[in-house]
Unconditional design. Structure first.
Length: 455
């Protein structure tokens, strides 16, 4: 059973795929399920309980706003960014919620949105939606879990280890070793194998439309981040740096020393947009959304020296998507489960493999690039200060992008001498994530989050 790469690469809003995109989509689905047996008019009150990481860093990550927007019927890929804040403020100040924009009920933000620091046994990112009738009686409740990258599962699905997006496809693989075997058996590249599998999800023209849309949002995010200044929201008073760096680089004469500055700029631009709640692509998460766009912009500027073709986009995204699928299948892309190795580490690995494919490396060299990308992110903690996706998240994307480029270059010179396989590094990452104390996994209770004095 496989998922589409367009489940890994989703258009959404910042600052967090697991705390913003997932809960917003879960809230909409909750109301859809409710309507299968009841009417919206039966609802007199809705209570939302957020558990674990969603409670501990939810306010900084915008989970409260995401849930309100979802209950109002908004989707992360289409909601108007400028209107979203106004909608949430109107709910809070007016103490009224317009469910799916069709049925208004009273809603007390402080009483009806409950933050519960303990985590549910199934997953650190738990949420419970409860509806009450006019008599005050509970009549429909449903638990969901935001499992990273904007994915969410119901309590039944997560207990059965069921992925509700998965399908049977032509080329089945759950390990890198099997993927490479298929490459050798068929003579196909990793990208070509994934393209054949994508045909089970989308028509050819839909695949190209989706790829174009994803790349368009990534480019727009970089462009907007390079010209938008000011202070990021949340109270840390973090200033946007991308515009000043962009002006500086434009004024300088082109030189080899600038390469890493440009790569860092691209990643900064995206993640500053994400931190401000802007439109981004989960790649595979929002917290790591800057790495893949930065690496692709690097390739476009220094290798392609022009706009990327559809063939190049397919080669990159299909290869990176195959690698992302392996992490999701065998470990997790949730910072609340794996720490930041599950976000920045996975994005670095995906970007390294995708770049290696663009540089015409063999499937074996692509696997090496992906392995190197993760090996040097193992143990990376998720310890956001004040629960905001700003420090150290934004700079970590710049480092992840640079590591990905280096990993692809190292892999291009590999002659089959690597000692650690991609499968082994994924298994190691999973073990480290399970051993890592919860305070280092998106709770703001450890690491930099408690050792930096807030001014």
């Amino acid at each position: 059973m496989h998922i589409s790469i367009f489940d890994l690469f989703k258009i959404g809003i910042g600052p967090s795929s697991s705390h913003t995109v997932g809960p917003m989509r879960a809230a909409v689905q909750y109301l859809e399920r409710l309507q299968e047996n009841y009417k919206l008019e039966d609802i007199a009150r809705i209570k939302v309980e957020l558990y674990g990481s969603l409670a501990l860093t939810g306010l900084g990550h915008g989970t409260d706003k995401a849930v309100l927007l979802g209950l109002c019927g908004y989707a992360p890929d289409t909601v108007d960014i400028d209107e979203a804040e106004k909608v949430c403020e109107a709910v809070k100040s007016g103490e009224q919620l317009n469910i799916l924009l069709r049925h208004k009920i009273d809603f007390n933000y402080r009483k009806d949105l409950d933050l519960i620091s303990k985590k549910l046994p199934e997953h650190p990112n738990g949420m419970n939606f409860i509806s009450y009738n006019a008599a005050g009686e509970e009549f429909f409740a449903k638990k969901y879990f935001s499992v990273g990258g904007g994915f969410f599962l119901s309590a039944k699905e997560i207990s059965e280890n069921h992925n509700n997006k998965a399908k049977e496809v032509k080329y089945q693989f759950t390990k890198a070793t099997r993927l490479l075997e298929i490459c050798r058996e068929t003579g196909l590249t990793i990208a070509e194998i994934v393209e054949a599998n994508e045909a089970y999800f989308y028509k050819p023209e839909e695949i190209e439309q989706n790829l174009s849309a994803i790349w368009k949002v990534m480019q727009e995010c970089v462009d907007k981040g390079c010209i938008t200044g000011g202070i990021l929201p949340g109270g840390l008073d973090v200033a946007r740096r991308a515009p000043n760096i962009y002006k500086k680089l434009q004024a300088e004469e082109e030189s080899p020393e600038q390469i890493f500055d440009w790569v860092s700029l691209y990643a900064l631009a995206v993640n500053e947009e994400n931190a401000a709640g802007g439109r981004v692509v989960t790649a595979p998460t929002n917290g790591a959304a800057g790495i893949i766009p930065a690496v692709l912009h690097y390739y476009m500027k220094y290798q392609a020296k022009g706009e990327l073709s559809m063939h190049e986009l397919k080669k990159f995204f299909f290869t990176a998507g195959a690698i992302g699928f392996l992490y999701k299948e065998n470990a997790s892309i949730s910072g609340a489960e794996m720490g930041c190795q599950g976000e920045v580490g996975v994005a670095c690995s995906m970007a390294a493999g995708g770049l290696a494919a663009l540089k015409k490396s063999t499937p074996e060299q692509v696997e090496v690039a992906a392995e190197i990308g993760m090996e040097h992110n193992l143990g990376l903690t998720c310890d956001p200060i004040k629960g905001l996706v700003q420090i150290p998240c934004i700079e970590r994307n710049t480092m992840g992008a640079i590591k990905a480029i280096n990993a692809a270059r190292l892999a291009a010179n590999n002659e089959g001498t690597q000692k650690v396989s991609l499968d082994k590094v994924i298994r190691t990452m999973r073990q480290i994530g399970r051993d890592m104390k919860s305070r280092y996994k998106e709770t703001s209770k450890g690491g930099l989050a408690i050792n930096i004095i807030e001014c």
